[in-house]
Design a protein around this ligand. Structure first.
Ligand code: FES
Length: 111
C-alpha cells in the first residue's frame, strides 16, 4: 500500500461535499457524506461522467450524467448495472488526509 497525502487538515471538508483533486497527476474524488470521508475514482465506468458533479444518496455515489449509483463502501454498482468503481482507503492523520493505493490498483489505474 502506498499512501499519499491529499489534503491538509484545514482543507478537510467539514460539511457534505464532493471534491475532485489531483493525486500524482491523476483525478480522485474526495467525498464527505454522513460524517464519513471516502475516496473514489473520479470517472464513471458507464460512460466516463465526472463524479465531481454528482451527489450522494443513501450511502451511494450518484453519477450526474445518467444517474448510475455506486455503493460508497464496496464500490458496487446498483442492482442491474453490473459494474463497480474503485474505493480507496482513507486515513486521517495529524497533518491531514491520506489515500492509500494498492500497487495493483495503482498500476491498473495510473499505469
Ligand atoms: S456516465 Fe455515469 S451514469 Fe452514465
Amino acid at each position: 500500500m502506498q499512501w499519499f497525502k491529499v489534503l491538509n487538515t484545514a482543507q478537510i471538508p467539514t460539511f457534505d461535499s464532493i471534491k475532485t483533486i489531483a493525486v500524482n497527476g491523476k483525478q480522485v474524488c474526495i467525498i464527505k457524506t454522513a460524517g464519513k470521508i471516502y475516496a473514489t475514482q473520479s470517472f464513471c465506468p458507464h460512460a466516463g461522467g465526472n463524479f465531481g458533479g454528482g451527489w450522494c444518496k443513501n450511502g451511494q455515489l450518484v453519477c450526474p450524467i445518467h444517474r448510475y449509483a455506486y455503493n460508497l463502501e464496496t464500490g458496487r454498482g446498483a442492482e442491474g448495472q453490473g459494474d463497480y468503481i474503485n474505493i480507496f482507503p482513507t486515513e486521517l492523520r495529524e497533518d491531514g488526509l491520506y489515500i492509500g493505493f494498492k500497487e495493483s490498483w495503482w498500476s491498473k489505474l495510473w499505469g
